[in-house]
Write a protein that binds this ligand. Structure first.
Ligand SMILES: [Zn+2]
Length: 401
């Protein structure tokens, strides 16, 4: 099942010079994509015949039924008018930098005329960053809900613009962390987080949460479950160290690389990019991320513009898998309704400029502060530094509709 580990210099370019040498034109890019898409060799999608020849336009024609197949059909490169070598350069650029790039950074380096084009490329690629068939987390898993955003007015209590995000992260040996999974919650509630746990955590794993009653019920739903009451701990951050670290890295990434431009509407896809990077953070070969993203891109859906405008992905879980539980989530349908008739320009919203938000992040010295969310309620909240604000797009707020 597990493929042999790809090797720099033979399976993927190890350096930028190699990238340029390997992919001088569309034909070279197509041949590489064919290798990724059909590792066992091409077979006709209609009759599964393996004999084929290549047309002058680079299509693969089945020798038996004459059906022509394009390696880019049904992928994010479907019907692209841009040379594939430009896509490859974009993917190299995005994956070779530890924290990625903003849409404005991509626009600049590729010389795109419009910011909107770069934005759409970034979002197409983000959709390829998560495999739908990825493995579930296992072992000891911390599970919690964090909040990002909400430019607070200074008023204590939960701001309405804060977005709840469910986080699950594996505890490895020592203080090391394993893989992470994240998803925007429709609203902070029990059904959503139980659904999330079922979806991303393998049966038999031990789930660690804080002492909230909401989480205690997980134990009665088939998960071995340990909880620590954070109100008794000296420092609440030591109770869930994994979630705490992931949360601060996420917030730093949203403010630093993206400069607050992640709109709540598209936040799930930014979480996908963060997850892709976090789970591969120990990869010494940046070219391997290039390889993985391309590999997933030829397996991904094309995501035409109208779907990009649709915003959030539909819920990952089908309630039929868990008879007896009712899950009321249909984010996809709501996203479509919300964005009907919107143009790309109106959808893009705030710009991903990638400027360093040092002024905002600096503690004290006039830097903004937001109250930290704590389950103990506003009275227990301590001021904290670096909670980013999520701007909502120019469209209707996410809660509308
Ligand atoms: Zn055929």
């Amino acid at each position: 099942m597990e493929q042999p580990r790809p090797i720099a210099g033979s399976d993927y370019p190890g350096t930028y010079q190699e990238l340029l040498a390997w992919f001088p034109d569309d034909a070279a890019c197509r041949a590489y994509l064919e290798r990724l898409r059909w590792p066992e060799g091409f077979s006709c999608p209609v009759c599964e015949n393996r004999d084929h020849w290549r047309t002058s336009r680079g299509l693969l024609m089945c020798a038996a039924c004459q059906r022509k197949t394009s390696v880019t059909a049904g992928t994010i490169f479907h019907r692209t008018r841009t040379p594939l070598a430009t896509w490859f350069a974009a993917i190299w650029f995005i994956t070779s930098q530890k924290n990625g790039v903003s849409a404005q950074g991509l626009q600049r380096v590729l010389g795109f005329g419009s910011y909107e084009t770069a934005w759409a490329w970034m979002h197409k690629l983000r959709r390829a960053m998560v495999r739908p068939d990825r493995e579930q987390l296992a072992g000891d898993v911390e599970l919690d809900e964090i909040f990002v955003g909400g430019r607070s007015t200074g008023r204590p209590g939960a701001g309405t613009s804060k977005v709840p995000i469910m986080v699950a992260v594996e505890r490895g040996a020592g203080r090391r962390l394993g893989r992470v999974r994240m998803q925007v919650a429709d609203r902070p509630n029990m059904a959503a987080i139980v659904e999330f746990a079922h979806d991303v955590v393998a049966p038999g794993s031990t789930i660690h949460t804080d002492g909230t009653r909401l989480f205690r019920r997980l134990g009665s739903m088939g998960f071995p479950h340990e909880y620590t009451n954070s109100y008794q701990a000296d420092d609440p951050n030591t109770v869930m160290p994994g979630v705490h670290l992931v949360s601060s890295l996420l917030k730093r990434w949203l403010t630093g690389t993206l400069h607050y431009a992640a709109s709540a509407e598209h936040l799930d896809y930014y979480l996908d990019e963060f997850t892709f990077r976090f789970n591969r953070r120990k990869s010494a070969e940046r070219g391997l991320l290039f390889y993985r993203l391309l590999q997933q891109a030829v397996g991904a859906d094309p995501h035409p513009l109208k779907e990009l405008i649709g915003g959030r992905r539909p819920g990952l879980l089908h309630s039929s898998r868990y008879p007896g539980h009712t899950f009321e989530r249909d984010a996809g349908a709501r996203g479509k309704r919300r964005s009907a008739g919107r143009s790309l320009r109106s959808l893009v919203g705030p710009r991903e400029t990638g400027r360093q938000a040092r002024r905002v992040l600096r503690p004290g010295a006039g830097g903004r502060r937001w109250p930290r969310y704590r389950r103990g309620g506003p009275a227990a909240a301590a001021p904290s530094v670096g909670t980013p604000a999520l701007r909502s797009g120019r469209g209707p707020p996410p809660s509308a509709g």
